[in-house]
Design a protein. Structure first.
Length: 179
């Protein structure tokens, strides 16, 4: 028996189909939506956050490896965006966070720069710079050894190092301009 127009309209308005169509409309690259953090679980080696949009029934789950500097930086930025410290990450529950659709997944906006292949070049550079500074701050022996070696150089060796660094900088600049 063929469906009448009212039967087709009624079937199109079911909640799951409506939600599916609404989700498809919102899942375009660059879309930013507000989501609530509905659950935070902190374990020994990972932290799990679940986000909920008011227009969807499914939650979005993000896992962070607490042994990874990059994931710790992601959680730090997420906490900073909500006015919390990293140690207060378990109190994220109930806060509102902007999620950005990257074309394949929803990511909290503060962590986009720390995700491979996402974020602008400037954001990525700043994120990598912060990670490098944090790493250097945790290993002061590395800096002390470098400073001791520079101080141990004779005047002649120091002049040679300066000349070599200048030549390398000039070659790099010329290569950049020519290529």
């Amino acid at each position: 028996m063929p469906e009448t127009e009212t039967q087709v309209t009624a079937s199109m308005e079911s909640p799951t189909e409506y939600e599916h169509l609404q989700r498809k409309r919102k899942e375009t690259a660059g879309t930013v939506e507000l989501a609530e953090v509905v659950d935070v679980w902190v374990g020994e080696s990972e932290l799990v956050c679940r986000f909920q949009f008011d227009w969807a029934t499914e939650t979005i789950q993000r896992r962070y490896d607490l042994d990874s500097d990059r994931d710790i930086a992601k959680v730090e930025r997420l906490c900073e965006a909500t006015g919390l410290q990293f140690e207060q990450a378990s109190h994220l529950e109930g806060s509102l966070v902007e999620l950005e659709y990257t074309g394949s997944q929803w990511l909290p906006r503060p962590e986009v720069a720390y995700t491979d292949g996402e974020g602008s070049a400037a954001e990525t550079f700043r994120a990598e710079w912060r990670l490098l500074v944090d790493e250097l701050a945790q290993s002061p022996a590395f800096l002390r050894r470098g400073i001791e070696r520079v101080r141990g150089l004779s005047t002649t060796q120091l002049i040679i190092v300066v000349i070599l660094v200048k030549k390398i900088a000039i070659i790099a600049l010329l290569a950049h301009l020519l290529l």
